[in-house]
Design a protein around this ligand. Structure first.
Ligand SMILES: [Zn+2]
Length: 93
């Protein structure tokens, strides 16, 4: 006996990937000890570089960690700049 009622895609794709750009200012769930919740994205890669907008402290967070902490975008950065430092395609144009 086969139950074909389960022959559908499970709803597992509900988590959108957070698109980060260089120059983004994001708001994090938890405030920095200095009281600021706003961070400037200044490095993209396996780890995301963030600069506290309250005290200037720089930290690196794994993308996954950051994604779970971001609550909001305060302002958006520069997509062209982000592409320039992103994973390089093997094209020498
Ligand atoms: Zn701070």
């Amino acid at each position: 006996m086969r139950n074909l009622a389960f022959d559908t895609l499970p709803p597992m794709s509900g988590r959108p990937v957070l698109e980060l750009l260089l120059g983004d200012v994001v708001r994090l769930r938890r405030a920095h000890p200095c009281g600021s919740t706003e961070w400037l994205v200044d490095r993209l890669g396996a780890d995301i570089g963030l600069r506290c907008q309250g005290c200037g402290r720089h930290v690196l967070l794994e993308r996954r960690q950051l994604e779970s902490r971001v609550t909001d975008f305060v302002s958006r950065g520069d997509a062209a700049l982000s592409a320039a430092v992103g994973p390089r395609p093997a094209v020498g144009a």
